[in-house]
Design a binder for this molecule. Structure first.
Ligand SMILES: [Zn+2]
Length: 63
């Protein structure tokens, strides 16, 4: 199952949940406070910095 990161608006913590697509569409609960007011899934930090590296690499090749 893929790992999704959510921001809990109740306890203001970032929480990671393993969810199937079915579960992603259902109501989700924060594992910290059991609140259901979650924002996300958030973009993965690791993949975002990886994309930045690729852009920097291709730019330096062109110039
Ligand atoms: Zn919470």
């Amino acid at each position: 199952m893929p790992l999704y990161t959510f921001l809990c608006n109740t306890c203001e913590k970032e929480v990671s949940l393993f969810l199937s697509l079915k579960e992603l569409r259902r109501n989700k609960a924060c594992p910290e406070c059991r609140g259901s007011d979650l924002t996300g899934p958030l973009e993965n930090e690791a993949s975002r910095s990886g994309n930045d590296n690729q852009v920097a690499c291709s730019l330096s090749k062109k110039s």
